[in-house]
Design a protein around this ligand. Structure first.
Ligand code: 5GP
Ligand code: MG
Length: 172
């Protein structure tokens, strides 16, 4: 049987998202910011984050597959859905739910850079360093998690738990 242990309550997430939005709004003032959410996990985080920004922003999504139905990376990254907006000469901020090994993020960054944006920054709700394999430049991180598998607030386990307002550690 699976078990959920609370990690961050909805109001704690709201506060850290608000703080992050404040920093991003200050850093990207008078720039042409495009935020790209990584589906599906980042959809709730991105939705909350942009509504706390005080600067204009355009939004797009991409979807990459690195994990199957389990909790381990399935190796090579596959692009399921590419971006549809033109990011050439724009300031791009990639929005991730969680960075674990960093392999997915590394691959996505390489892909986005091929469109020749002015800059590419990374913003993640959770920075999980336990299994980090690739050096990744994270400019904004909401919460550092050392270990475990997290669900809720958009994050899933085999497509379940995304709807939970808080973040939980899942004992599998
Ligand atoms: P990485 O390539 O950094 O190992 O994995 C990144 C992706 O794996 C994340 O975007 C996320 O979709 C998934 N992932 C990694 N750790 C977790 C976790 O603790 N919980 C959930 N739900 N997904 C995770
Ligand atoms: Mg993801």
């Amino acid at each position: 049987m699976s078990e959920l242990t609370p990690v961050l309550a909805a109001d704690e997430i709201h506060l850290l998202v608000k703080n992050m939005a404040r920093r991003i709004s200050a850093d990207y003032i008078d720039r042409e910011l495009v935020m790209i959410g990584v589906l599906k996990g980042a959809f709730i985080f991105l939705a909350d984050l942009i509504r706390q920004l005080t600067i204009p922003v355009t939004v797009d999504f991409l979807q990459a597959c690195s994990y199957g139905a389990g909790t381990q990376s399935c190796g090579a990254v596959r692009l399921v859905k590419d971006i549809g907006v033109d990011i050439r000469s724009k300031d791009v901020l990639l929005v991730e739910d969680i960075v674990d090994s960093g392999l997915t993020l590394n691959w996505i960054l390489g892909h986005l850079k091929s469109f020749q944006p002015l800059s590419v920054g990374v913003c993640t709700l959770i920075d999980k360093r336990e299994r980090r394999e690739a050096e990744v430049p994270i400019a904004y991180s909401g919460h550092v998690a050392e270990k475990g598998f997290l669900v809720g607030y958009g994050l899933d386990y085999a497509e379940a738990y995304r709807h939970l307002p808080g973040l939980y550690h899942l004992k599998i």
